[in-house]
Design a protein around this ligand. Sequence first.
Ligand code: PEP
Ligand code: MG
Length: 857
Amino acid sequence: MSTIPVEVRLGAAPHNREDAVRAAGALLAQAGHIQHAYIDSLLQREKVANTFLGEGLAIPHGMVEDKHLVQRTGLAVLQVPAGVRWGDDAKQAHLVVAIAAATDDHIQVLRRLTRLMRDSALMRRLATTTDAGEIVRALTADDASGAAAAAGGAASTPALEDFPLGRELSLNYPNGLHARPAGEWARVAGRFQARVHVRCGDTVADAKSVAALLGLGAGRGAQLRLSAQGSDAAAALSTLSATIQRLGEEESRQAELSAARQAQAQGLGSELGDWQPTARHTFTGIAASPGLVVGTLVQAEGTELEVDDRFNSIAEEAAALDRALAAALAQLRQLAADAKAGGRAEQAAIFTAHQGLLQDADLLQAVSRQVVQRHGAAWAWRHAMAGRVAAQRALADATLAARAADLQDVGERVLRHLLGRGHESTDVAAWPHDAILLADDLSPSVTAQIDTSRVRGFCTARGGPTAHTAILARALGLPAVVAAGPGVLAGGSGDAAAPVLAGAVAILDGYRGRLYVGPSETALIEARERMERLARRQEEEARTRQQPATTTDGHTVEIAANANRADQAVKALEAGAEGVGLMRTEFLFLERDTVPDEEDQYQTYRAMAEALQGKPLVVRTLDIGGDKQVPHLDLPVEENPFLGVRGARLALRRDDLMVPQLRALYRAAQHGPLQIMFPMISTVEEVITLRQRMEAVRAELNAPAVPVGIMIEVPSAALIADRLAAHVDFFSIGTNDLTQYALAVDRQHPELAGMADSLHPAVLRLIERTVAGARQHGRWVGVCGGLAGEPLGAALLVGLGVDELSMSTGDIGTVKALLRRHSLAELQALAQRALQVDTADEVRALGAELRPAAAAQ
Ligand code: PEP
Ligand code: MG
């Protein structure tokens, strides 16, 4: 190949990633490889993609559309001996190789870079060498004498080994190491510079790679050896072991919870006795989610995606991959946010875990390697994913093998984007209104899109009771049978050529794991009788949900739901909500690649107001920033986004976002009692300015005024609540953020998040102060953070004088019943005691004084 010119700057010490990219870009510009404007393109790329390749190597490169700013192909290497942090996950780059690619010459360089990365010793040496020539040789020597020669002969990829410094532990996870904890391990390990390995039997995995960790096949009780090498190896080991231990406790709690739910489901299932309906085919699988339904079978999850190996250029394939990954990530974030907002925490966790799988450096490297060998991005992606899915499926541990569905699901999501079919899903609209879905292994994504007004349940050939599909089915409240065997897809005969069962009537028994296809008339009558009996029992249990939350001494607290969409609001009303206390509007921005216009927003808010049929609706204006990032807004990357331009701070700087939203809200307010609330308020000035802007928008529309509230989620706002109350109509306390800011604990911090305990007396004191401030001006106070939906939290909040609690739909029944069992005087006394203890644990202990359900019935 022709030799590519390489500029090298040794011993650089950039402050941060941006600084490093600028410096490397400046080297390229000085050498005449690029026009100066291309540096912005390099920075733009960093916003939309992580150019960190692994092993201390980052490869900033510009956006495809800016290629005209490249004058000739060249590389610039910034050597950063002390490392510079790359991205959010504490990865340190020591060699920043900026690429200006006018032609495809640099393919060789990329190929060499990926090869270089496999030689850790060489990479370490290049990070500190004082000989620029050594770096140039490593990057440009031809293949025969190439990188390996520069390394002094280490040619092939070494299998991973244990490092001398290590410790043993046994895995105390009831369901083995699956995607959620593996994601957490990788995140924690990724924060350290040290290399961290995990051995399980003969396999050793890089602890920073989720896929590699999953590939260990570590089942319950597996003996692991963690080992690490590097300057902070000891700290990495102790932190990772502590994380593993802590997650073990959580995994056990989760397992107990699902066992308890199973037992509860069995209780209801006892209505079925030893009923044996007659049918043309009976399939026995595993009961994954309780319930009994009759419906029409539908073959869900369509055809395999066709992928041709079409290659354009490295830059184009890389750009296509970046776009697909960003789009898939945005979809997953949205799915997670929706699930969270809809009170389906488990479902949210699954989609969060899927995001982790997408960010897996190992996987991305595998794909990049195929791309540099001139394979199309779609082909390369499918190839890399297929290997991983097969390996996962082959694991001996059934629980872990079931995780293959997650990998497959994530893989297909990205693939659809690569094929320009990103927004396709299965043809849900064509399903009948009593669909029982049949699938090989229903993907979590399709499960999440299931419209429960059409789908009555599902049955899969594969899967297991702990697969995410099963978890999601329970979250959706749909009966499900899994692992019913391939016959469910092949007409019942086990013969793959036989006609599928689609279109047949069937009874699905999610209590006992059976699917009866083509039941007799008698069986159908019996099934309907049993369904009615079950429904009566469920109704009995739900009967009190619609009663108000009135304490025994006659004090009524308003109970609302956190809901983002009209269908969620309808469900919330059915579950006993008296309105929506928090509609998060970020979802409108997160679920698509462009900013929704005023009309789109108006339609959404109007639908929500109408769904509530005259019940109150509190809509929160955009809360972007912090944990809620919207790539297409192109906001600057912030070092500390939780303390940055977030929520109302962004609104105040971006009229283009705020004005259309306010206009849409004022218009929608004509269709129901809508109230507007601003997030992340920290000062009185913000409120005054926001109100002025609101007033201008209102006057322009000649619309009636609507009540205006603010979220109290920053300690300063709680402390000056008496002042803020003069300017607004109501407060809603966001305990999630109030807790993180009061205790200085990032609510997403993998290690500290447990400390972010909203029951901490400090948080309760801020709430007390907020209520007192509101009272001075006769304002009402709600709480829409997680604390409102916890039984003890709700009890304390009412005792502290809160007027409204807004929570996930699933929590409404329990909280209402609990409040009805107590007097306001009791709850006030309890709250006073909670204010006077030292720790959150002591507050939690007060929960023992609440009356249990049975005593009150
Ligand atoms: C909160 O902070 O408690 C809250 C309700 O807002 P979010 O969780 O959306 O930040
Ligand atoms: Mg908040």
